[in-house]
Design a protein around this ligand. Sequence first.
Ligand SMILES: Nc1ncnc2c1ncn2[C@@H]1O[C@H](COP(=O)(O)OP(=O)(O)OP(=O)(O)O)[C@@H](O)[C@H]1O
Length: 560
Amino acid sequence: MLPTVPGECAINASSPPPAVQLTGITKRFPGVVANHDIDLTVDKGTVHAIVGENGAGKSTLMKTLYGMHKPEEGTIAIDGEQTVLGGPADAIARGIGMVHQHFMLADNLTVLENVTLGAEKLHGIGAAARARIKEISDAYGLGVRPDAMVEDLGVAERQRVEILKVLYRGARTLILDEPTAVLVPQEVDALFDNLRELKSEGLTVIFISHKLGEVLSVADDITVIRRGTTVASVKPGDVTRKQLAELMVGSELPTPETRESTVTDVPMLQVEGLTLAEKGDNAAVVLSEAYAGEGQPASASRENVPLGRLLLNDISFTIHKGEVLGIAGVEGNGQTELIDAIIGMRAPDAGTVALDGKDISSWPVRKRREAGLGYIPEDRHRHGLLLDSPLWENRILGHVTEKPNSKGFRLDISGARADTERIVEEYDVRTPGIDVNIGTLSGGNQQKLIVGREMSHHPKLLIAAHPTRGVDVGAQAQIWDQIREARREGMAVLLISADLDELIGLSDTLRVIYSGRLVADADPATITPEELGSAMTGAASGHLEATDGAQGAGEEEGQR
Ligand SMILES: Nc1ncnc2c1ncn2[C@@H]1O[C@H](COP(=O)(O)OP(=O)(O)OP(=O)(O)O)[C@@H](O)[C@H]1O
């Protein structure tokens, strides 16, 4: 039984009680007051956006509502009843569901198995469960297929499974943490249709987002949190995007600089014929078949590769000094493999990589890094950070042998610490200090440290994968400025991003990757996010030129 104190909420008898009412919530962590006296009222049947800078306290507040944190002060009322949540199970029992930013589905299970896992008591795992899944899917237009394997699903469909999973458990209020961060514009529109559908059925959605344009288009109400406290509750019709951004940061934002070309004709990165086949028991067969005939990777196509598939198919491009080359693509179309091959984490089956005129194809990762390769990884938790280590140790990560982290053959701890302080200051990393574990920082602040670290080494080539994912608008503008500044000084950048505004805004040259191939070139000065989004899903677009030899590639099925 959940402890409740009925009647303690001020409720107007004629209108339904709010779906959620948080009053005076305070939550402290060592050295940080993450939430300070926060009030939040979310009306039933509405879409409510929570916005705020990195580290403002948004996730902490949502985790409190989901029972993951116990607030030191304040009260929680759900559907008009005050309650104390002992954990997520209590929240679920009260009709609160949360879809986390990092999906939590088991790849090797079907949708039905994923949805019923841990909820077998509701409708079993057979026909009744399948019927219920279908019923929910149809009711909200989710288009979820119960028998599909999760590993075969694209990002957007996985997200719909996560939403369905939460609804299956009886959620009437859904919390979505940055739901659009990984979606292309068309998928965002589809998600918003789903949210409107939920709303029309009387459900409530609370979502955290840094994408203010989207917030303004879909939310009924917006709550702005700054430095741990609520600073404004606004209606989308009453504010512009700029005003909303300024409410978040508490000051005026700089106007973005106009496009200016710094591209030289000096090649910095030259990638030639990179080809990589999916590895597995049949890899040898795959490769021998793929290269049969002319012996050129370019001759390989999915038609003559019966087993496995080419994750990278004859990729060639050059990035010049002072150039940002953006690669657009739906996640899972070869971007990760391309980065891995350039940085040296995965050996390609064919092709070469040259940096500043030197063939580095056979070099290990460390040598490539020392030669001037900077890397902002797509999965910061797996590749970019040691979450249980302090900030200053994370400053050293990947750059052990370089200044200011080393002196001769020895680690220079005071040099690394001093430089960490500098990065914290320069990149506005919100932290109680450089000795706290980086895992305790908010996601955006972790990202700022990575960007600061990589930029400090003045890379010749920066591989930037989603460099501002999870970063607020103010910090995003700052990171873009830093990248532009370094580019002006000759840095080359390989930019991979799911944020199409970022790709279009930062890139000098844009190419589209699909099914492991570069299939189209786009002009960032004229292309729209919608056109780019279509090209990424394999559809042709008038503003795109097919990359030589890539015609027809768009007809293949996307890999995702
Ligand atoms: N488990 C924790 N231990 C210590 N400090 C924490 C913990 N979780 C959050 N914090 C701190 O609380 C503050 C608020 O973090 P929170 O993750 O809620 O911010 P956020 O608004 O969601 O940021 P972002 O937009 O970057 O995700 C930050 O200063 C963060 O470092």
